[in-house]
Every structure is written in C-alpha cells, then in structure tokens.
Design a protein around this ligand. Sequence first.
Ligand SMILES: Nc1nc2c(c(=O)[nH]1)N[C@H]1C(S)=C(S)[C@@H](COP(=O)(O)O)O[C@H]1N2
Ligand SMILES: [Mo]
Length: 297
Amino acid sequence: MAHRWKNDLTHDQVTPETLFWNRRQVMAGLGGTSLAGIAGAAQAETLEPNSWDEITSYNNFYEFGFDKSDPAKYAHKLTIDPWSITIDGMVDNPGDYALSDILSQMTLEERIYRFRCVETWAMVVPWNGFELADLLTLAGVQSDAKYVAFETVYRPEEMRGGRSSIDWPYREGLRLDEAMHPLTLMATGIYGKPMPKQNGAPIRLVVPWKYGFKSIKSIVRITLTDKEPPTTWNMLQPSEYGFYANVNPNVDHPRWSQSQERAIGGGLFAKRKPTLMYNGYDEVASLYQGMDLAENF
Ligand SMILES: Nc1nc2c(c(=O)[nH]1)N[C@H]1C(S)=C(S)[C@@H](COP(=O)(O)O)O[C@H]1N2
Ligand SMILES: [Mo]
C-alpha cells in the first residue's frame, strides 16, 4: 500500500478533508493492473461518514436480538479476549490463529466505505482493518479452493437473542476471487477505536459492494472449500437472500424495491438516494462478467 497507518486516529482527526485524501491514497495504493481503471467518480467523491453514535446504536446483530437497538444494549456481555480464529479446510497452514498473532503481522489502514443493508438503509463507515487477502495468504490457500466460509462465535450464555429460528452459528461465504479482492476487509476498528461489540468485535468482515448481511461479525472460523458454503440468510429464506447479494438497483427484493436507499442520519425526513450498482464499487464488475445477476442475486 502507498500509505498505511496505525490504528490510532481519533474521531476528531477524521475530518471530511482528510477522509478525501485517505480514500484517494487507499485507492491509488490498490495499484495493480486489474484495478488500474478505478472509477474516477469514486476517487473524486468525498464520503461523509456517519457519526460514531449512528454507527454504534443502529445495528443488526441477531445473536443479541432483532431490534436495531438490541446489540448496543446486550452485546457488552460478549467475551472478546482472548480471541482466536480457526483457519481450516484447503490451506497449507491450518490451525487456531490467536488474534494478537494475526494483528502483529498485519498493517492496519483506514477505509471509508459505503455500507448498504438489504433492508435499504445505508451508512458511511470509517473502518480500520487489513485486507482479507493478506490473512488468506498467511494461511496458504491451496489451488483447489474456490470459496471461503466464515462463522461467527456462538455462545448462547452470552447472546440473549440466540433463541430464534436461525440455525446458529451465523454463517457467511464468498467466492475466492471476491475474498481476495483488495476491497474486502477484515475490520478491527471504527474511527480508530477498537471495534465496538455491537459492530462485531473483535474482528469482522466488510464487503462494501454487497448487502450488509454478507459482512459477518465476530468471526471465529474461516474455512477454505471447493463448494459454495451454506449461508445464514440464504438457508432461512432462499427466495429472498441469495449467495451473491451484490448491491443492485435493478434486482428488487421480493418484498420491496432496491432502487433507492435511505441514509441513516438524515433526520426525520431521511434522505432517499438512488442505489448504486455494486454500491458504487464499479471496480468489482469484472468479477461477475457473463453472470446473470438477477438469477445469481
Ligand atoms: N454474526 C452476525 N453478523 C452479522 C449480522 C448478524 O445478525 N449476525 N447481521 C448482518 C447485517 S444484516 C448487517 S446489515 C450488518 C450490520 O452491521 P452494523 O451493525 O455494523 O451496521 O451486519 C451483518 N453481520
Ligand atoms: Mo442487513
């Protein structure tokens, strides 16, 4: 990366102006041939992040309840230290990786990303984290691996929303090329502070061009596999939630339109804006060339 920095930014330091340059540097740092054509529009745009309070009080983390305010009320019970991630399946170096060991080998950077829930609400979040690709490289991905499966910790004694129709643990998955894409982040903080528990402490996935449910929280297991892994929302309601879940204004949810989104923080008359294809991250379009996105929703 052209510009990396430690996870010590304070809220006050993150002004819209620095955000603009941070994003430009991150984008410039992506470099490589496949990313040479990064949309000029995305680079030139200033993303105004949501406030700390907005990001940490309006959450989806069903292990702690179904109300948007439940995670902030109940996630404090989750024990996050010590924490380790089991990395297994088609890797050269399977095992339990202590989070502290992982972090000692990663350089954290800031990424200001749009975040779009399938329910149509949207935020802008200044994440701190590292590229998932760096962790997968550490584990040594074998050549026959095609997908990456993720699991959230499941501890009913610490998670009061656990009694529901969901088949815990919460599970998600990506195709290997999606997982290796430089936009795909393992996030450990927001606004330079450690990840709040309601947002998925101590470490979560962030895939900014997909609906929010793909961005699985509080990860304890990563499995490399050659089969498309089962995923929580798809298992629950396959006609409504697909494996890909790319943000797409042209493919509606069966029960509501996806053509517009609602910006959290817009006040009583929350701003409605057009939904952007791939949530504005056009640089991922090549991953889906030749695919029918209405069928692979
Ligand atoms: N383990 C787990 N991860 C999860 C969820 C969840 O319920 N459990 N909800 C998902 C959904 S639907 C969204 S929109 C985002 C919300 O992230 P946020 O609360 O940080 O905004 O987390 C995703 N990751
Ligand atoms: Mo969501």
